[in-house]
Design a protein around this ligand. Structure first.
Ligand SMILES: Cc1cc2nc3c(=O)[nH]c(=O)nc-3n(C[C@H](O)[C@H](O)[C@H](O)COP(=O)(O)OP(=O)(O)OC[C@H]3O[C@@H](n4cnc5c(N)ncnc54)[C@H](O)[C@@H]3O)c2cc1C
Length: 414
C-alpha cells in the first residue's frame, strides 16, 4: 500500500485525485484462518493489528456484521485519559494513552490525537478527597496528573461558572496529556494497516454461531457460511453476552444504552475536556466547533442504540449550571450506543471455558481511550496465552472476588 505523505497529497492534487488506492480491500472470506476476530470496532481491529505487528500472525479475518467502526467506536465522545485509581487499570490505560501519542505516525494515518488536557471537576468535598487520592496513586503509577484548585480550573476554562448554586467547583483532577482523537479515524487507520498486512476485513457478515469440536473452537457460522479458525477473539462490546452464549458460556455483564449529543458549531470557546461527575455530564469542543456532550447510561437493558429522552434533559440541565452559555445553544444531533458494563466497571480480557476462544469486553462507557492498549495486550494474550497488561482482567476475578473496583474510583467512566 502506498504511504500517505505531503508529497502524495501534492502528486494527487496535480492528478485530480485519481491515483488514491482504496484504504482497505473487501475480499471474499477464505475457508479458514489462524485467527478470527468477531467485531470490527476499535478493539477488534487493534487486536488484529498488533497480532500482525508484534507477533507476525497475519492469517487473520475480522468479521463485522455492519460496517467497521459502526458500533460504539464511531459513537463515542472520544475522551482519552488514564487517571484511574487501581494499578492494573492505570497500567493498561496509560499504555493506551502513550500509544495514542504516536499512533498517527505508527499507522501512517492521521487520527487527530489532540492532547489538550482533561479536567475531572471536584464539586463535593468527597470528590476533592477522592481526586487527591487518585493524584497520589497516579504519581506512584507514573501517570502525569495533579489536583488543581478552583482558580486554576477557571483559568483553564473561562466559560465555566465555578460558583454554581448547587454544586460549586472546588477543584479538579487535571491530566495535561489527556484529550481526544477522531474516533472513525482510529478504526479506519487500524483497518488500513491490517489490510496492508494481508488480513481480511469482512464487513456486512454476521456471526450467528460458534462451532466447537472436543471442547475447542473450530470456527464460526456466519451469514456467508462457515469460516474455520484455530483461535477466536470475541470483541463485540454491547453484544458480548449474545456471542458468548453462542460459544456456550455466560458473562457477568449487562448491556445498556449510552447516548451523546452535539450542539450547533460555535467559535472556539473551550480548549480542554471537562468531566463533571457529580452532576454527571461531560463536555468538549470538536474541531468543527460543536459542543460534544455526554451523560450517563439508561437504567434498563436494551439494544436500540438510541437512549431515552429524559437522559438528554437531565444531562443538559446538569451541565447548564456549570456552563450557563449552553442554554443558548441549539442541539443538532443525538445518538446512542450499547455498552457492556461489568459490576466493578473494569473490562474483561480473558481466556474462556472454550479452548481457543478469548473474550475482550466490558469496557462499558469508557473503552475508546483503551483501544491501542487493549489491542496490544489482547493480541499478546491470544498469541502467547499470557499478557502482563491483561493478567488481572480475567473472567475468574468475579468468582474469586478479586474486583478491580473503578466504579467508586471513577464514578463515571468515560
Ligand atoms: C455515547 C457514547 C459515548 C462514549 N464516550 C466515550 C469516551 O468519551 N471515552 C471513551 O474512552 N469511551 C467512550 N465510550 C465507550 C467506547 O465507545 C467503547 O467502550 C468502545 O468504542 C468499544 O469498542 P469496541 O471495539 O469494543 O466495540 P464496538 O465499536 O461497538 O465494536 C463491536 C463491533 O462488533 C460488531 N458485532 C456485534 N455482534 C456481532 C456479530 N454477531 N457478528 C459480527 N459482528 C458483530 C458490532 O457491529 C460492532 O461494530 C462511549 C460510548 C458511547 C456509546
Amino acid at each position: 500500500m502506498r504511504k500517505y505523505s505531503a508529497f502524495a497529497v501534492a502528486r494527487e492534487a496535480l492528478r485530480h485525485h485519481k491515483g488514491w488506492e482504496r484504504a482497505w480491500t473487501s475480499p471474499e472470506p477464505k475457508a479458514s484462518y489462524d485467527v478470527v476476530i468477531v467485531g470490527a470496532g476499535g478493539h477488534g481491529l487493534a487486536t488484529a493489528y498488533y497480532l500482525g505487528k508484534n507477533f507476525g500472525i497475519t492469517n487473520v479475518a475480522v468479521i463485522e456484521k455492519g460496517w467497521l467502526g459502526g458500533g460504539n467506536t464511531g459513537r463515542n465522545t472520544t475522551i482519552i485519559r488514564s487517571n484511574y485509581l487501581q494499578d492494573p487499570s492505570a497500567a493498561i490505560y496509560e499504555k493506551s494513552r502513550s500509544l495514542y501519542e504516536t499512533l498517527s505516525q505508527d499507522l501512517n494515518y492521521n487520527i487527530m490525537f489532540s492532547p489538550r488536557g482533561v479536567i475531572m471537576l471536584a464539586q463535593t468535598h468527597h470528590e476533592v478527597r477522592g481526586y487527591i487520592r487518585t493524584a497520589h496513586a497516579n504519581a506512584l503509577q507514573g501517570v502525569d496528573t495533579r489536583f488543581i484548585d478552583k482558580h486554576e480550573v477557571k483559568k483553564l476554562v473561562p466559560i465555566m461558572n465555578i460558583e454554581g448554586p448547587r454544586y460549586p467547583v472546588l477543584g479538579g483532577l487535571w491530566q495535561p496529556r489527556g484529550g481526544t482523537a477522531r474516533h472513525d479515524a482510529v478504526a479506519w487507520g487500524y483497518a488500513r494497516a491490517c489490510s496492508d498486512m494481508g488480513m481480511h476485513i469482512i464487513q456486512q457478515t454476521e456471526v450467528t454461531g460458534v462451532r466447537r469440536e472436543g471442547g475447542a473452537v473450530s470456527g464460526v457460522e456466519t451469514t456467508r457460511g462457515f469460516i474455520g479458525c484455530k483461535k477466536l477473539g470475541i470483541v463485540v462490546a454491547g453484544h458480548s453476552g449474545v456471542v458468548a452464549e453462542m460459544a456456550g458460556f455466560r458473562l457477568p455483564l449487562e448491556s445498556v444504552p449510552l447516548q451523546a449529543l452535539v450542539s450547533e458549531p460555535i467559535k472556539p470557546c473551550m480548549d480542554v475536556v471537562v468531566m463533571a461527575n457529580t452532576v454527571h455530564g461531560y463536555l468538549s469542543q470538536s474541531d468543527k466547533g460543536e459542543m460534544v456532550i455526554g451523560g450517563g447510561t439508561d437504567s434498563h437493558n436494551n439494544y436500540t442504540q438510541r437512549g431515552s429522552f429524559h437522559h438528554i434533559e437531565e444531562t443538559v440541565r446538569a451541565l447548564i449550571e456549570t456552563f450557563p452559555m449552553l442554554s443558548r445553544l441549539k442541539m443538532l444531533r443525538q445518538w446512542g450506543g450499547i455498552v457492556d458494563v461489568t459490576g466493578d466497571r473494569s473490562p474483561i480480557l480473558s481466556k474462556t471455558p472454550v479452548d481457543g476462544v478469548f473474550i475482550n469486553c466490558g469496557w462499558g462507557t469508557g473503552g475508546f481511550k483503551a483501544i491501542p492498549g487493549s489491542g496490544w495486550g489482547f493480541a499478546e494474550l491470544m498469541a502467547k496465552g499470557h499478557s502482563p497488561l491483561t493478567a488481572e482482567f480475567g473472567m475468574d476475578r468475579f468468582k474469586e472476588g478479586r474486583f478491580i473496583d473503578e466504579s467508586v474510583a471513577a464514578g463515571v467512566a468515560h
